[in-house]
Unconditional design. Structure first.
Length: 612
């Protein structure tokens, strides 16, 4: 019998795995703004490379569609080519023998629908759709379009004031975003081609840890315009709009219903994640810009809203989504059952709960649920459990928040949907959950389904409902604004839909509960559009010079992550959990930046998107 050997194949597989890792890096670093037709062609080619060649639809069909797509990409096609591509892809999808051909065709058919305008522009106009151009990934994916490479270079050179000033050009909350931003800017970082995305948030935090934001002067405002603007809501979106409108020379009045400014940054994010004194640094800097008058504990009713519209040249409504959603459960009105938002709101005014010796159950799987769970640990709870109806990997909370909660002793009960609350003498004593099993994907996530299993009893003296947030829209609707279900309607320029002509809306109250940086981006857009509405076109300058780009450092290097204090230590207090980066860590991390604003597409005028 011939002797067998697996060594050559094993070596080839190892080499192939390394190659696939590099290919995966390329996919992860796909730049925003690239041509959708080119992307679809590359995906189809990848499917073609994987075919075994056994069945005709996969072997012949994919090759034929590749040829047609190459012609579309080259703008050299007949008008009916898209119909032919769709028909051929449908045949491959429906008749391919295995998932290789089916998936390649399914992705193409989805792309034909998703990028319909781009395909039609190639065929009918003979060019890419307007606006298609590769852009600097981090800057493009930041909702406020901050010049990330510039402030990384400034921080890396030790110019912390310059870094803060550069961030403020587009985002007046450098400290807030240093602590709580979900850093979408890192999602397509080109450094991924070499090793891993740059820790952009970490570098920003290092800068504001070296120099407080309120110690860096804001730019001088433009000449007074004589225009008055009312901002309803003192959260991230409202204060961002106030800051930029003030720098444009407009007189700004901020009306906040709570005792202090900050919105959900103060009344929704616990102090251990974002210390209140650090939030106040950003707020003091914003108010110091001049032209800003603050009115706290000022609730606006329908008549007040109409009066604002009449007395001010423009009004920006940014009231956030500060009302907690509830669940229709038996026992939900018992003592000990409360909205997660109500709990965090009280903490914002330093009213901390005492859960000593109590069993706490949090219902939900988002960042608010994790905030409540970790807060309950610090409030002395005997046990803290998160009940979530999907799997752990389906949670919308940041993975780092989930991991930190578990390190602090929080138990994750997944695939458990709340059924009812057991009550004794008016007090909650347990939450009953219905086990689930995961099913087909719906709206982008696998949907849970009721499992044929008995209810699970979870002891619970306190039940915190963290399943979403609502807005208080009734007074504003009565005044003439329109809301779709619970969120205000607006056009693409954030102009409110309704009878009040000079009103703009933005942030969570217009798009639903999102993130701090998304709210900041909306406030920036609103300020620019209000300025235009009032007949101006102010250009703002941060008066910071971008450092020259050094040659790329392309040696693979590990990413420096921000670490937290040990769980056994941090879970006993509300002090900041994150440990500051050292100077050598921050400078090494900044050196990893490839300066895409200077090298590659960023240096081309047509490759840079002009943001407001």
């Amino acid at each position: 019998m011939a002797r067998l050997s697996v060594a050559p194949r094993a070596k080839d597989d190892a080499k192939f795995a390394t190659f696939l890792d590099e290919y995966e890096r390329r996919v992860e670093a796909t730049p925003p703004g690239m041509c959708a037709v080119a992307m679809q062609l590359d995906l189809l080619r990848a499917g073609g490379c994987q075919t075994c060649g056994k069945c005709v639809p996969c072997r012949e069909g994919i090759a034929h569609i590749e040829t047609l797509l190459e012609e579309v990409l080259a703008f050299d096609v007949e008008p009916d080519v898209l119909d032919e591509i769709r028909a051929q892809a449908t045949v491959v999808r429906d008749t391919a023998d295995c998932a290789i051909g089916w998936h390649a065709a399914e992705v193409l058919l989805a792309g034909l629908n998703t990028f319909k305008e781009e395909f039609e522009s190639h065929v009918k106009q003979g060019k890419c759709r307007e606006g298609v151009a590769q852009t600097v990934p981090c800057e493009t994916l930041c909702p406020a379009h901050v010049n990330v490479p510039a402030y990384i270079a400034l921080a890396g050179s030790g110019d912390y004031a310059g870094a803060i000033g550069m961030i403020r050009k587009d985002n007046p909350f450098p400290t807030a975003c240093a602590f709580v931003c979900e850093h979408p800017c890192e999602n397509r970082c080109r450094r991924t081609l070499i090793d891993a995305p740059i820790n952009i948030r970490g570098i920003k935090k290092f800068a504001v840890d070296q120099l407080a934001a309120d110690k860096v002067p804001t730019p001088a405002p433009a000449a007074p315009t004589g225009k008055k603007i009312a901002i309803v809501g003192g959260g991230p979106s409202g204060l961002t709009c106030a800051y930029f409108c003030a720098l444009m020379g407009h007189e700004v009045h901020v009306l906040e219903m709570r005792k202090q400014l900050g919105g959900m940054m103060r009344y929704g994010i616990p102090a251990y994640r974002f210390p209140r004194e650090r939030l106040d640094e950003d707020i003091r800097a914003i108010v110091s810009a001049g032209n800003v008058t603050v009115h706290t504990e000022c609730r606006i009713d329908a008549e007040g809203m109409r009066r604002l519209s009449e007395e001010y040249d423009a009004v920006y409504v940014a009231i956030g989504a500060q009302g907690g959603k509830t669940l229709k459960l038996d026992g939900a009105d018992a003592e000990g059952v409360m909205s997660a938002v109500d709990l965090l709101t009280k903490i914002g005014d330093d009213e901390y709960p005492d859960f000593t010796g109590k069993n706490v159950v949090v219902v939900g799987g988002g960042n608010v649920a994790m905030d409540c769970a970790r807060t309950s640990v610090r409030a002395g709870a005997a046990s803290v459990t998160v009940a979530y109806r999907r799997r752990l990997e389906d949670m919308t909370a940041l993975r780092a928040e989930i991991d930190s909660a578990m390190q602090e002793g929080v138990e994750m009960m997944t695939l458990q949907a709340p059924d009812h609350i057991e009550v004794e003498n008016g007090q909650a004593v347990a939450l009953y959950t219905q086990p689930q099993f995961i099913g087909p994907v719906k709206r982008g996530r696998p949907a849970p389904q009721k499992a044929d299993k008995p209810l699970v009893r979870v002891p619970a003296d306190v039940v915190l409902i963290a399943v979403g947030q609502d807005i208080e829209s009734a007074p504003f609707e009565e005044a003439g604004m329109q809301a779709d279900r619970t969120y205000f309607e607006a056009d693409d320029g954030l102009k409110s839909v309704g009878s009040l002509d000079n009103v703009f809306v933005g942030g969570d109250c217009q798009v639903g509960s999102k993130t701090v940086i998304i709210a900041i981006g909306a406030g920036k857009v609103a300020a620019r559009n209000i300025d235009d509405y009032l007949g101006f076109n102010h250009e703002l300058d941060c008066d910071v010079e971008v450092p020259p780009a050094a040659a790329n450092w392309r040696q693979p290097c590990g990413r420096v992550n921000i670490v937290e204090r040990p769980a056994r230590e941090r879970k006993g207090d509300f002090d900041a959990v994150e440990v500051q980066m050292s100077a050598e860590e921050a400078f090494q991390e900044a050196r990893r930046c490839l300066r895409c604003d200077h090298f590659g597409c960023g240096v081309l005028d047509e490759g840079r998107v002009q943001y407001v």
